[in-house]
Design a protein around this ligand. Structure first.
Ligand SMILES: O=C(O)CCC(=O)C(=O)O
Ligand SMILES: [Fe+2]
Length: 319
């Protein structure tokens, strides 16, 4: 027998198909098949159980960390003509203060609109912020310019732009800039009054109202630590309604820097967009923070309102 024939013979014998093997009957074949199907079913069941357990653990860990992030409004969306309103239950903060009927929040929530301020207006305001802040600026990543008080970040502290830069002030601001600020403030105020069902004449601009410029430079003092969770009514006292006007675009002018409402069950973000106004009742129901800016420069204005006439301020004006 040639070696090739011997190999065939051995394979034949080893496979049990030789003379000594059981005859493969139809019954045998079916029994073997169903045994195989049975163990396949078991493996599938095990895999299914493992996946279900994995998913349950993942969900548990995610919720435990409150890491769930939901985007309320994306940069690329255009919220127009009506604001998008997200109601939330009012906290008890307002009970601890004198109530002003027609103004004090009874209905709380947050809203976003892209139709109150145009992108062109946002660009004019951004240039104004750039000019003002280019005079000084913080050593760390967060600088502010408060048009009302004149406070301007400089190094590790603040100076009064109207006094410190008397000679340059005419190159930074014009009367039209202040007019634009007033005009934009009035429109935001009207939008807030309408969304919350308030009498707009009972709302007053309050301080601080400031431009902010944030980049990814490391913080040098506490003033640069803009990312901490906070409640505006606690931080600033007089605020009843906070509004933020964004002057640059998330994703193209900067990354990171999203606004985050920190709700108990999730983080809910608003992606800044030039001309976008986000506004909300200022109490504990709207605990929030700003995500650290990872790249680029983010400009915004904080414009806030109080119901308490004692905390009202006049619109910023050329000194
Ligand atoms: O710039 C922002 O998006 C938020 C700023 C802020 O939280 C504040 O000014 O209180
Ligand atoms: Fe805030």
């Amino acid at each position: 027998m040639g070696s090739r024939a011997r190999v065939y013979e051995e394979v034949w014998r080893d496979s049990g198909a030789g003379t000594s093997c059981k005859r493969v009957t139809r019954g045998n074949a079916l029994r073997q098949g169903s045994a195989w199907r049975g163990s396949r079913g078991l493996v599938a069941l095990l895999l299914f159980a493992v996946s279900v357990c994995g998913a349950a653990v993942w969900l548990y860990v995610t919720f435990l960390d409150s890491d769930v992030t939901e985007t309320l409004v994306r940069q690329g969306e255009l919220v127009s003509p009506r604001p998008r309103f997200f109601p939330v239950q009012c906290s008890e903060d307002y009970d601890n203060h004198k109530r002003y009927p027609g103004c004090t929040p009874q209905r709380c929530g947050r809203a976003v609109t892209d139709s109150v301020v145009t992108r062109e207006e946002a660009q004019v305001l951004r240039r104004l912020a750039e000019r003002g802040l280019s005079l000084a600026g913080s050593d760390g990543g967060a600088s502010i310019l408060d048009l009302h008080s004149g406070a301007l970040s400089m190094g590790k502290q603040f100076v009064n732009i109207y006094r410190y830069f008397v000679d340059q002030i005419g190159d930074v601001f014009t009367q039209e800039d202040f007019q634009l600020y007033r005009n934009v403030r009035e429109r935001i105020q009207a939008a807030i009054a309408e969304a919350f069902g308030l009498d707009r004449t009972l709302l007053y601009l309050t301080k601080p109202t400031f431009f902010s410029r944030i980049n990814s430079t490391l913080a040098k003092t506490q003033h640069d630590e803009y990312w901490h969770p906070h409640i505006d009514k606690v931080t600033y006292g007089s605020f009843d309604y906070t509004s933020l006007l964004y002057l640059s675009d998330y994703g193209s002018d900067f990354t990171g820097g999203r606004f985050i409402f920190m709700d108990q069950n999730a983080n809910r973000t608003v992606e800044p967009r030039a001309g976008r106004v986000s506004f909300f009742s200022s109490g504990t129901e709207n605990l929030h923070r700003v995500e650290k800016v990872a790249w680029g420069t983010r400009y915004a204005i904080t414009v806030s309102f109080t119901c308490d006439p004692a905390h009202a301020i006049s619109d910023p004006a050329m000194p």
